[in-house]
Design a protein around this ligand. Structure first.
Ligand SMILES: [Zn+2]
Ligand SMILES: [Zn+2]
Length: 287
């Protein structure tokens, strides 16, 4: 289970209602940020996301609207005596941008990268935007679960459940019970974040089977040429990607300031992919 708080949904410039790209994900007590646009730390304060618990920041690309918030956040952490390591994962060139701090580690990543965070992995994939740009896929590992009734029926109780998981089998009342006979695996959840991108095959491939696809939708069908010129997507592009990928749910974000009301974008996307919503600053989701 991942708890998400969308902290910014505007493209390029903030508006009175929308801050710039940033999504906070809470997992196992830590916070992971995906992009960190200007004003992100204040949005964290507003919407109850602890900035002291940020363990890693994933930057999709080095456009200012996606990383300008890192500087203020790092300074606040320094003033608060941050000791625990914070890692920024970002495209090549990030080291020169963010500089050095005792608690800061920069990992410059390439088109295809993946890291294990214990109960889940994060991996990057190339998108079609300006220079080096990525999207990120967050995948929970599959879980071993017990067929409770069957296990209890065979005499398993209390600490035996932990025991059998460690040993793979257990003798109960003279009978050997194998772990695989009383358990099944349930697949983990998958969230895919597009960052900025024109429609592209790597993004649709990465989003395959995602429980949630968070896709940029800078423009509507009234600005198709502008979307092409700036390597961005329309709401219809986002919906087409979600449909191709067989995603379960689509969340639109990164809106141009011209769409104060996102209902046009949602209704355009809905014709292609019905399970769609427009993100709002402060909205919380559990995946
Ligand atoms: Zn952007
Ligand atoms: Zn961009």
């Amino acid at each position: 289970m991942f708890e998400l708080t969308v902290l910014g949904t505007s493209s390029a410039m903030p508006t009175p209602e929308r801050s710039l790209s940033c999504i906070a994900m809470r997992r196992d007590g830590d916070i992971f940020l995906f992009d960190c646009g200007e004003g992100s730390q204040r949005q964290m304060m507003r919407f109850g996301v602890s900035y002291m618990k940020v363990r890693a920041i994933f930057i999709t690309h080095l456009h200012l609207d996606h990383f300008l918030g890192v500087f203020g956040l790092l300074e606040t952490l320094r003033l608060n005596g941050r000791k625990e390591k914070l890692t920024i994962y970002a495209p090549r060139g990030a080291e020169g941008v963010f500089g050095r701090k005792d608690f800061l580690e920069i990992k410059e990543i390439d088109g295809k990268w993946s890291e294990d965070f214990g109960s889940f992995t994060v991996s990057s994939f190339a998108t079609k935007h300006a220079g080096t740009s990525f999207g990120f896929s967050i995948e929970e590992k599959e879980k071993v679960r017990f067929h409770e009734e069957k296990a209890k029926g065979l005499g398993l109780k209390g600490p035996m459940f932990t025991d059998i998981q460690k040993k793979g089998k257990l003798t109960v009342a003279g009978k050997v019970i194998k772990l695989k006979d009383v358990t099944y695996t349930s697949p983990g959840k998958k969230i895919v974040y597009s960052g900025d991108s024109a429609p592209c095959a790597t993004l649709a491939k990465a989003a395959k089977g995602a429980d949630l696809l968070i896709h940029e939708s800078t423009f509507g069908s009234d600005k198709i040429a502008e979307a092409k010129d700036t390597s961005h997507s329309t709401a219809e592009d986002a919906a087409t990607c979600a449909k191709k990928a067989g995603a379960k749910k689509l969340l639109l974000t990164h809106f141009s300031g011209r769409y104060a009301d996102t209902s046009q974008l949602v209704s355009e996307a809905k014709k292609i992919f019905p399970a769609v919503e427009a993100a709002k600053d402060g909205v919380k989701l559990v995946v």
